[in-house]
Design a binder for this molecule. Structure first.
Ligand code: NAD
Length: 289
């Protein structure tokens, strides 16, 4: 054999050895997941779905009682536990990750879901609005990803980090500069971490929901009312209004976002990282508002 052929053989032998050393994620049924902001809404639906697939779940949210109540709805403490954590606080984040490891013996999967939405036009957005939005969703998801990555890398079993971003990470949402800007930040965190953590077998993906009205707390506190006024419909009909403007004419519910997280982390999409999956019944594809 000539030199070129020898080089090719050695090259592929090295590549195969590298692949063999690549961590193989455990099946979802044996995985341990931490979902932030999972005491309600989309996060709770995600935790419920992952637990239904056999994973052990840690519900991390601001209020311990709410987190524990959500965990108790999912199952006993062998399957679901609630912990108090403000994701914008590094010590609290570290403590929540430690609690997950202590409760179930490891960590495989983290969902950055915690959030709030301050929906105001530019001239009404205060510095405090901007800081709060960014503390919780930009800094918070960075802190959670960093603390989780430390554990995942040390375990050497690969893992998943999922960001619940938004259609607004790509398209400008009307009159919500702070929220849309922080969602774009999260989307870029997904790409950056996918690039950095790939060699450890850690996949990092995003989900971009839109229009999840029913079951979402984010629409309370005035946002739902404002959106309803923009569209000229009563607030209780917002879900139906959102549904009819989609390509599929379907309302998006928290369970549909949970389905995407399951598919991304359940094992079948083992070679997908850095992706954002829209769960919006086609709104972003057709540039609909
Ligand atoms: P939600 O208000 O029902 O849930 C948000 C949860 O996050 C709450 O339980 C809240 O207590 C928790 N939380 C807030 N600040 C926190 C903090 N500092 N630390 C820990 N937990 C905190 O709202 P939701 O609609 O279920 O939203 C979940 C995620 O989905 C958010 O990131 C949101 O931006 C995103 N999202 C929602 C929609 C939608 O249509 N509802 C669309 C796109 C993206």
């Amino acid at each position: 054999i000539d030199e070129a052929e020898k080089f090719r053989i050695e090259y592929w032998a090295l590549e195969e050895a590298k692949l063999a050393r690549m961590p193989k994620p455990r099946p979802l049924a044996t995985r341990i997941a931490l979902v932030t902001g999972a005491a309600s809404g989309i996060g709770k639906a995600i935790a419920t779905r992952l637990a239904a697939e056999g994973a052990c779940v840690v519900i991390a949210d601001l209020d311990l009682a709410k987190a524990q109540a959500a965990a108790a709805e999912i199952g006993n403490t062998d399957v679901a536990v609630g912990v108090a954590a403000d994701v914008s606080n590094p010590e609290a984040v570290k403590a929540a990750i430690d609690e997950a490891v202590l409760a179930f013996g490891g960590l495989d999967l983290v969902v950055n879901n915690a959030g709030l939405s301050i929906s105001k036009p530019l001239l009404e957005t205060t510095e405090r609005d901007w800081d709060l939005q960014h503390d919780v969703m930009a800094k918070g998801s960075f802190l959670v990803a960093q603390a989780a990555a430390r554990v995942l890398i040390a375990q050497g079993l690969g893992g998943d980090i999922v960001y619940i971003a938004s259609k607004n990470s790509v398209f400008a949402g009307p009159n919500n500069i702070a929220y849309s800007a922080v969602k774009a930040d999260q989307a870029h965190q997904v790409r950056l971490l996918a690039a950095e953590l790939g060699e450890h077998g850690i996949k990092v993906n995003g989900v971009n929901p839109d229009g999840v009205v029913r079951g979402s707390g984010i629409f309370s506190g005035g946002w739902g009312a404002k959106r309803a006024a923009v569209y000229g419909v009563p607030e209780e009909e917002l879900g139906a209004y959102y549904a009819q403007r989609t390509l599929l004419k379907r309302e998006v519910l928290p369970e549909h976002v949970a389905n995407a997280v399951f598919v991304l982390t359940g094992g079948e999409l083992s070679h997908t990282t850095g992706l954002h999956v829209p769960v919006d019944a086609g709104v972003a594809a057709a540039f609909l508002r």
